[in-house]
Ligand binder design. Sequence first.
Ligand code: C5P
Ligand code: MG
Length: 159
Amino acid sequence: MKITCVGYGFDLHRFGGDRSLRLGGVSIDTDKKVKAHSDGDVVLHALIDALLGVLGLGDIGDLFPDDSPSTEQMDSRDMLLAVLSAGKIVGLKVINVDLTVVLDDPKLGEKKTEIRDRLAELLGVPRAYVSVKAKTSEGLYPDAIACHCVCLCERARTD
Ligand code: C5P
Ligand code: MG
């Protein structure tokens, strides 16, 4: 039998590192560099934690420890694909994803559409069911970027 489950994920990184800004695998044109062990893609990290919530498989750090050489500079798209692959065991099907990036500068504008399309492609979900929003922090957190994500999924019951 199948059930519908909601997942929630959050991620935050500081600026001031050396990773070029990538959101959902899309490069963002800015001088700001992210401090991170992997590639520091907060959109993919929040999405991965949301999916792990649906799967009940812990959190991103359990699967991809941020103190391991194996995850240094890791492309977060590979983390997402590994999680989707793990989800196949319970027939994971993503119904929709809704996320908000919190970022003062730069304004994402048209990039939101590109990120949406990239996520839809990575997840194998029609773009109509992927939503990418952005918010400033009203200047409160100029040195950070964050992302909140919820996703609705279908999966096999295992209880
Ligand atoms: O945070 P605030 O409400 O002022 O954001 C206004 C709008 O600016 C958002 O709804 C979004 O359309 C856009 N925005 C953006 N990129 C950001 C922050 C906000 O495109 N980094
Ligand atoms: Mg992260």
